[in-house]
Structure formats: C-alpha cells, structure tokens
Design a binder for this molecule. Structure first.
Ligand SMILES: [Zn+2]
Length: 388
C-alpha cells in the first residue's frame, strides 16, 4: 500500500462495457470440444485464439505434436529495456470432457454464471489472458519487458509434450502466472500437492470356483490384502494421502479370478514423502506365495511448495489486488498443476490466477462472471505494474 502508480489501476467496473463481447468469445472456444488428445479440436482452439491476438503482432511459435495437437507460445516483445525476463502466462486449452459433453452441460448464462464444459478449467482464463493483454497494450503500446503467453495442449494428461517448454519459459521469466482457475471461493494457489498414480497387478491362478477351489489362487483375495496395506501408507500429518481408487478383477462369479488390477491415487507435499512412497510400494510382498504382484507408476506431478519466491510474489500480487478493489487470498490445494514445474526451479510462480467458478471436471462446470471481470482487471494491472 501507499505506492503511487503513474498509470492508474484498472477497476473491474472499467471492463463491464466489453463484457458481453468477451463472453461471446468464450462461447466460441467452449463450443469447440477439445478433450486431451483430440489434436484437431485443440488446434482449432489455438487458431481461434491466434486470430484474436494477431492484431497485436506477437511473435508466434508453434510446437506441433501429432496425437496431442499443438503448444503455442505468443511473445509480445519488449521494445525498450530488457528482452529476457518478463512475465510468462500459462494456460491450457485441453479439457477432461469427452466430445458430447456440450449436450449435457450446454453453454448458457444463468444469473452470473457462465456454464459450459471447460469454461472454468480453463477457457475463461484464455479469454482473460487475451483481454488483459489487450488492456495492457491499449495503455502501454511499447513494452519495457516481454510477455509470453503459452497455450498448452495436454495439461489434463500431465503435460507430456509441454513440460519442457514450460520449464524453459518459467526459468527465464521474472514471474510466471498460471491462469488455472481460482478456488471456488476465489483464492489463488500458492501451494499444491504432488500427484501420482500407482498401478498394482496381481496374477493368481484361474480355477473352477467349486470343483477346484484349492488349486485356484484368488487374485481378488490377494489384492484385498494389498488394499489395506497401501491405505495405511497415508500420513495426514505429512500431508500424504493414499487412496485405492479403481479396481478390476475376475471374469465370472463361478471362476477363481486369475487377475486383479488396482489404481491408487497418491498426493504428497514434499520430496521425502515421494521417496517414502516409492520405497513402500515397491516393498509390497504377496501374502499368498503362489500369487505374483507387480507395481508400476509413481508421482507424475511434483509438489509445488510455498517457496520464498512464491511467498514474495504473493505479497506483491495482494497489493495489486487491493488497488484493483478486492482482497486476494491464498490457498493450499490437493491437486497438481503446471505451476509446479516452475516452482521446482525456485522461480516465482502464482497459480489459480484465473477466474473463479465451480464444478471443474463435472457436468455442473461454470465460470463466475463477476470474478471473470475482477481477475481480468487484476491480471491487466499485474502486467502493467509488476515492475513499478
Ligand atoms: Zn486446468
């Protein structure tokens, strides 16, 4: 507080006159159903956004990945001082919703809620990024630092084609803003858990359930004992949760099942716990020596600890939010995101800078329209004033 800014801050109310036009654009990209791995649809979303941004003459880089689609980086070059550093904005354009979800959660506005698959996670954020850049360049046509905007095509499947690119830009930037949606109550995310999946497979021996019960080796019965063991790997005090989530086994009720497969969700807050789980899962032994057990998988998204760089960036963003007219809060959440890759490098990153809403990954997904305005004003102000 107390800082005097040469260029006045945007207020959400300044943005209202353009709101309906921007919601139309949101409708346009939500209407393109773009689940991960649907390369053509993902590419279509990227091209639409590219057309929106074209008037600002960014440098555009395409990174095509057959089967995944395209990662795109738009750079709004610095005209004056430093050309390295700058601010890195991170969005993804893939969703978890299979094609056809539009029928189940049609695009519509009810009160102050914009409904539609992928609206909250995170197509509203893509419109927000574009709008904030438009506001910024209207005030400041010649930038003193570059701004990079990345559209990631595969965030929802753990970013196999985009991780390295995110790390490259995150490493160079002075600040990374991951525009994942805010929490339903509007907080940004300064700490996230690491996430992963372990897959356990038991092989037993099939047999007639009645006539040859003694020679059969029941894979489901064996797995049942493993479930109790892995659930006990949970350590709430350390922030570690282990949850048997999916299980499959057996072929017929009157056959001793030969196979059973289980997928286990794990969440951790630090590297030590990742190592402990790795040890514990791989030390699992079968109870019935005639069965065999294999273990695969592990933590695929690292945790995002609240590093000093993140705490400092949060304090600054909180001040900018106060000048934008609202109180910014922070939260620690259980889900992983691309922001973790940048946090691991010790660089400042704030996640959840996108609009609020609710129902991510469900048929009730919506974006909160007042929050969309508020967050766009905040982002425009951050882009404009971060170096003040
Ligand atoms: Zn997301």
């Amino acid at each position: 507080m107390g800082q005097v800014y040469q260029i006045p801050m945007f207020q959400p109310s300044n943005l209202s006159p353009d709101l309906s036009g921007k919601l139309q654009k949101l409708q346009e990209i939500c209407a393109i159903e773009s689940p991960s791995n649907h390369a053509n649809a993902i590419q279509a979303v990227c091209e639409t956004v590219e057309n929106w941004l074209m008037p600002f003459q960014p440098v555009i880089q395409h990174f095509d990945h057959p089967g995944y689609g395209r990662n795109v980086v738009f750079t709004f070059p610095a005209q004056q001082a430093h050309v390295t550093g700058g601010i890195f904005l991170l969005c993804h354009v893939d969703t978890v919703h299979p094609v056809g979800t539009l029928q189940k959660n049609p695009i519509r506005i009810v009160g102050e809620k914009f409904y539609g698959p992928g609206s909250y996670d995170m197509k509203a954020s893509v419109v927000q990024a574009w709008w904030a850049i438009e506001l910024l360049l209207a005030k400041q046509s010649s930038l003193a630092y570059p701004i990079h905007l990345m559209l990631n095509c595969d965030e929802e499947i753990d970013s196999p084609t985009s991780q390295a690119l995110i790390e490259t830009y995150g490493k160079n930037a002075d600040l990374t803003l991951c525009l994942e949606p805010a929490t339903p109550d509007g907080a940004i995310k300064t700490q996230r858990k690491g996430v992963g999946t372990y897959v356990l497979r038991v092989q037993g021996r099939a047999a007639h359930a009645g006539n040859e019960h003694t020679t059969g080796v029941n894979a489901i019965a064996e797995m049942a004992q493993q479930i109790l063991r892995v659930q006990n790997f949970t350590r709430y005090e350390q922030g570690t949760t282990v949850s048997a989530g999916l299980i499959q086994g057996g072929t017929a009720v009157n056959t001793v099942p030969e196979f059973c497969t289980m997928e286990v969700d794990v969440r951790i807050e630090d590297e030590e716990e990742r190592k402990r789980l790795e040890r514990e899962f791989h030390a699992l032994q079968v109870v019935d020596a005639r069965a065999s057990l294999t273990v695969e998988g592990g933590v695929s998204r690292p945790p995002m600890p609240r590093t000093p760089a993140i705490a400092q960036a949060y304090e600054k963003m909180k001040q900018i939010a106060a000048q934008t007219g609202f109180a910014l809060r922070e939260a620690s959440v259980g889900g992983g995101s691309d922001a973790a890759y940048v946090a691991q490098l010790g660089k400042p990153v704030l996640c959840g800078m996108g609009p609020g809403g609710n129902g991510a990954h469900t048929l009730q997904e919506y974006t909160d329209i007042p929050s969309f305005l508020e967050r766009t004003a905040l982002l425009a102000n951050a882009l404009l004033h971060w170096y003040d």
